[in-house]
Design a protein around this ligand. Structure first.
Ligand SMILES: C[S@@+](CC[C@H](N)C(=O)[O-])C[C@H]1O[C@@H](n2cnc3c(N)ncnc32)[C@H](O)[C@@H]1O
Ligand SMILES: [Zn+2]
Length: 362
């Protein structure tokens, strides 16, 4: 048996549990606390429950009303035991998640599959009335390091770039948007992050024919030049771009989510709740630090990395903080990124960024 947050969880042979995702589940609890605050009691489906840890924590720590489901009968047996152990009464299904979601509606759905969420997203967009949380661990398909898998799973074309974790998040969110709008639902990103081997997104859904059309202003294609590192992007409105200004050929990557990757107000409210968490002080510190790194990140696609710039310019990589400082001094917006110590974002273009990197090397 293990203890995670306020939950006691029994483990069993043949039922999935990954202790490395505990930090992710702490962050999820914080997101659910904020959602509860505006929604009251949230009817939630933990669609792929395994031990039931997510739904149980959502109940105990954020006041959600969870329903559990897993196609594995062993998992269902364990979920029932874990519910008893934590004094919770809840509905538990032993169904295929897609069939269950097609037949039922929930305020919130959590999709936490092993690997790709692709097969569940369409139906989750039918079933989720207001909120949708999705994990993906098939990062290679999403971030461009496995382009054919990206085509198969997400119908996107991507290649590996220096900002691949951000690309992965934008691919995943873009895919969810394209599934949701069929059902006249638009999305807002509450918070999203790329960490270790996985991506996680928490979205708000808005039912509106008008918004479901308008959301495509925030979905589009990245035109990336592998010669000079230039990046430009256009919405899905038929626009296209010719050659890069350096003479190199653009690669067209997408379709991708080009909108916000987090809602500042939502993340601020998550941070305000860190102190309520049933975790050690050092975990609290880590949670706050991580959330602050998300909060501080400016909402401009697409990030740069110091080593990629240094390689292109054949100079040594400057410190990220120095570049951010210099960019700000020059009047640009700039910040670090939450998923790496070598990345930064700015509204300066590639030539302006290169100029600063060279100046720092002089
Ligand atoms: C990664 S585990 C879930 C982990 C859990 N949410 C946690 O935080 O520990 C994925 C679970 O989904 C279940 N599963 C896979 N495909 C499914 C399907 N089509 N319908 C229902 N359950 C499914 C598996 O049996 C497995 O228990
Ligand atoms: Zn170029």
């Amino acid at each position: 048996m293990i203890v995670e947050g306020k939950a006691k969880i029994k483990l069993a042979e043949g039922v999935f549990y990954n202790p490395k995702m505990t930090f992710c589940r702490h962050l999820d609890v914080l997101a659910y606390k904020v959602i509860s605050e505006s929604e009251g009691k949230v009817r939630s489906l933990d669609a792929l429950s395994a031990t039931g840890v997510r739904g149980i924590r959502a109940r105990l720590e954020a006041g959600f009303i969870p329903t559990f489901n897993d196609k594995n009968p062993k998992a269902v047996e364990l979920i029932r035991e874990n519910l008893k152990l934590n004094g919770i009464e809840a509905e538990v299904f032993n169904r295929d998640a897609v069939a269950l979601m097609r037949e039922n509606r929930f305020t919130h759905i959590d999709l936490d599959p092993f690997g790709s969420p692709a097969e569940f997203i369409d139906t989750a967009c039918v079933s989720a009335l207001k909120y949708l949380s999705v994990t993906a661990t098939d990062t290679a398909a999403l971030c461009g390091s496995a382009p054919v898998a990206g085509l198969r799973k997400y119908a996107i074309y991507a290649e590996k770039t220096e900002f691949y974790p951000e690309l992965g998040l934008r691919t995943l969110i873009g895919k969810i948007v394209r599934e949701a709008t069929k059902y006249d639902k638009a999305i807002e990103v509450l918070v999203s992050w790329a960490k270790e081997h996985y991506y996680r997104v928490h979205l708000k859904l808005r039912r509106s024919v008008a918004l479901a059309g308008k959301i495509y202003e925030k979905v589009g294609y990245l035109f990336y030049c592998f010669e000079c590192g230039n990046r430009e992007w256009v919405p899905m409105d038929g626009s296209s771009l010719e050659r890069c200004k350096c003479g190199g050929k653009f690669k067209m990557i997408g379709p991708l989510w080009l909108g916000e990757l987090h809602d500042k107000n939502f993340v601020t409210r998550m941070i305000e709740r860190v102190d309520e968490m049933e975790v050690t002080d050092s975990v609290k510190e880590k949670l706050e630090k991580f959330l602050r790194s998300i909060l501080d990140e400016i909402d401009v696609p697409f990030a740069y990395t110091t080593h990629h710039l240094a390689k292109m310019l054949k100079v040594s990589p400057p410190q990220v903080l120095r570049i951010v400082e210099e960019l700000r001094k020059a009047g640009f917006r700039a910040s670090r990124v939450h998923y790496s110590g070598f990345g930064f974002k700015t509204d300066a273009n590639i030539d302006e960024v290169k100029k600063i990197v060279l100046a720092l090397n002089a």
